[in-house]
Structure formats: C-alpha cells, structure tokens
Design a protein. Structure first.
Length: 485
C-alpha cells in the first residue's frame, strides 16, 4: 500500500533544500561584496598614504591578540637566551683551551731551546733529569732488577729440575681452601652443585638482554680482530717468503691459499741455503711480529689500549705461524719442515724433527696458559669477567671466534682445499683450549678487582673493514699473481 503523504514530504524536502541553497548563495554574495569593498578601501588607503600602518577593526584586533598569545606559548621564550648563553660559554671554553694550548706550546718551546743550548754548550754532558723523571727511572731500574732476579730463579729451577719447572706442584689444601679427606660421594655432590650453579647462570644470561647483547658483541668484535690479525700475519708471512725467493731468482705464483714455485723439483736453483732461507723467513718474521704485538699489548698509550684484543690475536697468530707451522710441516711434509730438514740434513720423521715438534707442542700449551689472563684483561667489560659469567665470556671471546674463523677460511678456500693452510687455522687451538682450564685459577680469580680492565666499545667499522679485506684478498689472488718471473 502506497504512503499518501510521501509525495507531499518529498516536495517539502525539495523546497527546504532549495531555500537553504538560496540562503547560502545570498550569504556568499554578501560576503564577496563586503570583501571587495574592504579590498577597495584598503587599496585606497594604501595609495593615499603608503607608509601609514593599517588600522585594524575591533574584530581583527581580537584575532591578532589571540594569535600573539598562541605564538607566545607555543614558542619557548627562554630559547633565544639559552642559545646565546650556550654560545658565550662555548666561546669561553674554546678561549680557555686555546690559552692553555698556547701556554703548553710556549713551555715546550722554552724547554726545547734550553735543552738545545745546554747541548751546544756541552754536548757530552748528561741530561739533567727532573724529580719526576728520576723517580720513573728508579722505578724502571727496580722493575728491571726484579725481572732479572725472576729469570735467574727460573733458570736455576730449570737446571735443577726441568720437569718440576715446567709442571710446578699444585697448591696445598690450606692455600686453595680445599677440604681434605673428602670422600668420593662428597666430591660428586660438590661437582653436581657446580653444574647446577652453571646451569642457573646460563639461564640468567639467556634471560638478561643486556648480558646477551654484550656476549654477542664480544663474539663479533673478537671474530673481526681474529680474522684481521690472521690475514695481516699470513700476508706478511707470504710477502717475506716472496721477497727472499726473489733474492735467489726463484719464481713464485701467489694464490690466496698458498705460494706455488713453478720450477722442476730437482732444479739447480733449489740449493740447501735457498730452501732453508726461503721457508724459514716467513715463520721467523711471524715470531718477530708476535714479539712486537706483545710489546704493544703492554703499551701505556691510551689509544693503543683500545686495540689490546687485536694485539692479543696478533700474538697468537704470530706464535702459531712459527710453532704451529712447524707442527703442520711435520705432519704434511711441507713449508717450514724443509728448513730443519735441510739445515740439519735429517731424514723424514727423524729424531730432531720429533723433538722440535714436541717442543713446539709444549711451548704453545704453556703460552696458552699465560694468555688466559691477557684475554680477561682485554675483555673491555668488568661485568663479563666476574666468576659467574667468566666461562661464557671465554667461550664467546676465545673459542667461538677460533671455530668461526676456521669455518670462514674453509669457505674462502672453496673449491681448492690446501690442507696445510686449513691445519694452520686449527693449530691455534693449542694456545686457546688451555684457557678453559685456567680461566678461574687462583691467579685470575680476582682479576676483575685489579683495575686493569679498561672499558671498550664495539665498532661495526672493524667488521665492515674485515669483510672488505677478505673479499678483495680472495678476488685479487684468485687466479694467482706471478712474481719474480
């Protein structure tokens, strides 16, 4: 049934809509006329007197005052004064710094002139030391005397009983706090408690984001320095071999994984002196670099202390490229073994080679025992070396970078796997694995209270540089670089 009022409602709605539109049009027309009149009036006032200020109506004055209030509260009224005060303070600080530098330079210049005049007046007289320099000199002399005394004691122990000097007696029960006469059951209970404590510490590390982040950054930082120092030592090792081979007019092809000598095996250029010098130069340079890095590790320079971990990995790779290279040469009959073979004119697996290999193994293990405290000092965080988290720190900074570095070099040498090179990435374990047994020894137990640990920060730039160097090393030497041709 149709609605009889629907048609009338639609008509009424149309009329209301039409009236509303007519009212809007009339208001717009009126507003345009008023705006046009105001514009004409303002233009007439402007041309009559261009430099007079515009006279605002009451409505415009109210709107202007509202805008001013909003602008005042929106803008910090003290900001300009603060900026001016900061600029003045900065200028004063810079002036003070410049004045202090100027004074310091003047003092240095005067001291230099004074020393120069003293030298020219009497070139053979000794330098007059200040009280501070005298105290430093006396301290160095005392330290040198103590070191000499320790060396004499060690030498007397080695002469008296070599075995006991290398493997000293264990601490007594009273010194280590060990409860004597423990039964086997008590020792099992104590070991179980330690395992439970370690599991709880591991769960706490996993549940703490800050510790997790520190350990991950420790691993990445250590891995970057491991790869960088290995690459540096290995490249210098190869360059030394190439330089010495050039002296004997022996051609070399430099690949990313090894050096090839494209001569006939019984060539007249392969003299005993040439073989001894060529294959002994690289390990000798590596050992010298290890000593240089050892000196840099104990340097007191503030900037140098930021790279203690790099120097430590340099020490490890330098020792590995000497003692580890001899072990690898003994197993594979390549490279460094030729030095002792032709120097002593020994046969394969002769007594001399076995003795030198055993000595190399012993030296690397003993050196690894001493390197544990250096890893703890170069940690860069006191939190990570407290006894509760020290094992996880050793795993992340020492063992995992070694394993990951070996995997990375294995991937880089794809598809050519040179066994001596890969073994040289495994032999650093002789220096690193002892840290698992000495990280919590009595000597290292309170190292986090020693004040030797300096805070260090993670740097992504080192990781990027290492990736770039590995890429270029692999690409540039992929097809071999022919030298000494």
């Amino acid at each position: 049934m149709k609605d009889p009022y629907a048609k009338g409602d639609r008509k009424r709605q149309k009329e209301e809509k039409h009236q509303m539109r007519a009212g809007q049009k009339a208001w717009r027309r009126k507003h345009r006329i008023a705006s046009w009149q105001r514009f004409r009036k303002s233009m007439a006032d402007f041309f009559a007197n261009p430099f007079v200020k515009k006279q605002l109506t009451l409505e415009e004055q109210e709107q202007q005052s509202i805008r001013n209030v909003r602008r005042f509260y929106k803008k910090d009224r003290f900001a300009k004064g603060d900026r001016q005060r900061q600029k003045e303070e900065k200028k004063q600080r810079n002036a003070v710094i410049k004045a202090s530098r100027r004074r310091h330079k003047n003092v240095q210049r005067q001291e230099f002139r004074k020393r120069l005049n003293e030298f020219f007046s009497n070139p053979f007289s000794r330098k007059q030391l200040t009280p501070e320099e005298l105290s430093q000199k006396r301290a160095k002399e005392r330290w040198r005397l103590e070191r000499a005394k320790d060396r004499r004691k060690l030498l007397s122990k080695v002469v008296k009983n070599p075995y006991r000097a290398i493997f000293p007696k264990k601490w007594s029960a009273q010194e280590v706090g060990y409860v004597p006469h423990q039964t086997k059951k008590d020792r099992k209970i104590l070991a179980k408690k330690k395992r439970i404590e370690m599991k709880n510490n591991f769960r706490f590390v996993l549940a703490t984001p800050d510790l997790r982040k520190k350990l991950v950054f420790t691993f990445l930082h250590s891995l970057a320095f491991y790869l960088l120092s290995f690459l540096l030592i290995y490249v210098i090792y190869q360059l030394a071999t190439i330089f010495i081979a050039r002296g004997f007019h022996i051609p070399v092809v430099w690949y990313y994984y090894r050096l090839k000598f494209p001569l006939y095996t019984f060539s007249h250029l392969y003299t005993p002196s040439a073989l001894v010098t060529i294959f002994g130069s690289g390990p000798a340079i590596s050992l010298l670099l290890a000593l240089v890095f050892l000196r840099l590790f104990f340097n007191n320079n503030i900037y140098s202390k930021n790279f203690q971990l790099f120097y430590l990995w340099g020490i490890i790779h330098g020792l590995n490229m000497f003692f580890g290279a001899y072990i690898v040469g003994f197993l594979t009959r390549t490279e460094f073994i030729y030095t002792s073979e032709w120097l002593l004119m020994s046969r394969i697996y002769d007594v001399e080679e076995i003795i030198f290999t055993i000595l190399s193994l012993g030296i690397m293990i003993l050196a690894g025992r001493q390197l544990t405290s250096m890893f703890l000092v170069s940690s860069g965080s006191v939190t990570l070396v407290i006894p509760e988290y020290r094992l996880f720190f050793i795993i992340c900074q020492v063992l995992l970078p070694w394993m990951a570095g070996g995997v990375i070099f294995f991937v880089i040498t794809t598809p050519t796997y040179y066994i001596p090179f890969l073994l040289k990435t495994i032999t650093p374990g002789l220096l690193l694995i002892p840290s698992l047994f000495t990280y919590n020894s009595l000597r290292n137990e309170s190292i986090h209270y020693s004040g030797l640990i300096r805070r260090n920060y993670f740097r992504w730039s080192i990781v990027i540089v290492v990736i770039a160097l590995l890429f270029f090393y692999r690409v540039v030497l992929n097809f071999g670089l022919k030298l000494n041709q």
